[in-house]
Design a protein around this ligand. Structure first.
Ligand SMILES: [Zn+2]
Length: 469
């Protein structure tokens, strides 16, 4: 995929027919059959059994045909939480301890050059978007940091990328305060980082606002941080807020999720999830590793406390597992599984949890690719989850649940396409089952957004060349 301008990236066809493809039916008989999915005007028009020689109930004139080669079609992937500005900077960060404070320090040093070299920000951002679309991603919540060190440099580049990639991927920009809004424990009023954030939310093209309350000097300041972000959203046109929250495994720390719930109820009744406009309002909670220490009673209590509030959790397993539990490194079994248990929470408490990549090649998350499906593979091991239900939950966490988490409109209800669904898909080639998609996802993929093929990624095997010679 290249990040072409919209005018150069238009479909020649009026409609799209995806043939010879498996679908993620839960019924094994239907899952074993091949199908054709016909899309018109960006939506699924019909899903019919595939027949090699059979006639179609519509004309193929003006239709682009994609033969999936008996691969499997899924809803497109979604990054519900990814940092667009601080990706691919590991080569400029020396890791000594590998802990969170070091990550803040070395990333801070790297950030000092952001405003001086916007070309570098652009190149790295383009790589992130390009590789993501190649994997099958058609939407993402892209966090860009706003603070006195970087100013609006990351935001300016993100706005450019949003425009540049608009046909291939919706880049939902979240202006984000990774740094403290209150400079010191003695501050009553927020400092320059907040004033910049308040200015950033008014920029055209910004869709969400977020912060990391845990970074504040005291718990009281963390609570004020939450209030300030809600106020920014309430006083602007933004309806999507995102907190990096409860990022610890300390049983003595107060879970701030309850502060978010209290403030959402007390200060903004508009945050309640009522009516068809529900998707437009969403409170997204990233990390939340502290909740892993909850007892069953505490989980039930939390579920009741959330009630009708449009809150969605996003686990960030690559980062959570790398960073959390380091104080237990010398225990016989090492650090615990410090990331939200996606299949378990869904099964036990009916709490849907999205998963996302968070960072790629930086000091917070040195390992892993941009591929959301890789999180599912990792999740099968971390969560010890590979039953049929687990596989479906894991797949939803990087597709449907992630799209809900970012407040996306027209999210499909099921992994199987239905008439009227948005025609946003990834075709996984060379495999036939959902289980394979999760446990051993293939490299070869085709990405479709709004019924337009926007990326094709294929392996080139050296053995083919030998045979050719
Ligand atoms: Zn993050």
């Amino acid at each position: 995929m290249s990040l072409k301008s919209p005018s150069k990236m238009t479909s020649a066809a009026d409609s799209l027919l995806i043939t010879n493809v498996h679908l993620a039916h839960s019924d094994p008989t239907l899952a074993g059959k091949l199908w054709s999915v016909h899309c018109r005007e960006g939506r699924v028009a019909s899903v019919i059994p595939y027949s090699e020689k059979g006639s179609l109930p519509f004309s193929l004139t003006g239709t682009e045909v994609v033969d999936a080669g008996s691969g499997i079609l899924l809803p497109s992937l979604c990054h519900s939480h990814i940092h667009l500005d601080k990706c691919f900077i590991l080569d400029r960060c020396d890791l000594v301890s590998g802990d969170f404070n070091e990550a803040m320090d070395v990333t801070g040093a790297a950030k000092a050059s952001f405003s001086l070299d916007k070309e570098d920000l652009l190149r790295r951002g383009q790589r992130l978007v390009r590789e993501s679309v190649d994997c099958g991603v058609t939407s993402m919540r892209a966090h860009v940091e706003i603070d006195a060190l970087v100013g609006f440099s990351g935001l300016d580049v993100a706005l450019h990328l949003k425009e540049e990639a608009q046909l291939a991927c919706h880049i939902q920009i979240a202006v984000f305060a990774q740094e403290a809004l209150f400079p010191t424990a003695g501050d009553i009023d927020p400092g320059p980082n907040f004033r910049l954030l308040a200015e950033a939310v008014r920029r055209h093209g910004v869709e969400a606002v977020g912060s990391a309350p845990y970074i504040e000097p005291t718990i009281e300041h963390a609570k004020k941080n939450i209030a300030l972000v809600f106020e920014l959203a309430s006083h602007s046109s933004l309806t999507l807020v995102d907190f990096h929250l409860d990022y610890n495994l300390d049983p003595n720390s107060e879970p701030l999720i309850y502060e978010v719930i209290t403030q959402a109820r007390n200060h903004c009744h508009s945050w309640k999830s009522e009516g068809p406009e529900l998707f437009r309002r969403r409170i997204t909670i990233g990390h939340a590793t502290r909740l892993q220490l909850f007892s069953p009673d505490e989980w039930w209590h939390l579920r009741d406390a959330i009630g009708d509030l449009p809150i969605t959790f996003v686990g960030l397993p690559n980062s959570d597992m790398y960073m959390q539990g380091r104080s237990q490194a010398n225990q016989p079994l090492g650090p615990p599984r410090g990331t939200l248990r996606v299949p378990y929470l869904s099964d036990m408490y009916d709490i849907p949890v999205a998963m996302s990549v968070n960072n790629v090649e930086n000091a917070f998350t040195p390992q892993g690719s941009v591929d959301p499906l890789a999180l599912c593979t990792f999740g099968a091991a971390v969560f010890q989850a590979a039953t049929k239900t687990d596989i479906q939950t894991l797949t939803k966490s990087v597709t449907i649940t992630s799209k809900i988490a970012i407040g996306q409109a027209n999210v499909p209800l099921d992994l199987c396409p239905q008439r009227g669904d948005s025609a946003d898909f990834v075709i996984l080639h060379g495999i036939q089952t959902l289980r394979q998609a999760v446990l051993n996802p293939p490299y070869d993929r085709t990405t479709i957004r709004n019924a337009i093929v926007v990326a094709r990624r294929r392996t080139r095997r050296w053995i083919d060349e030998i045979n050719y010679i």
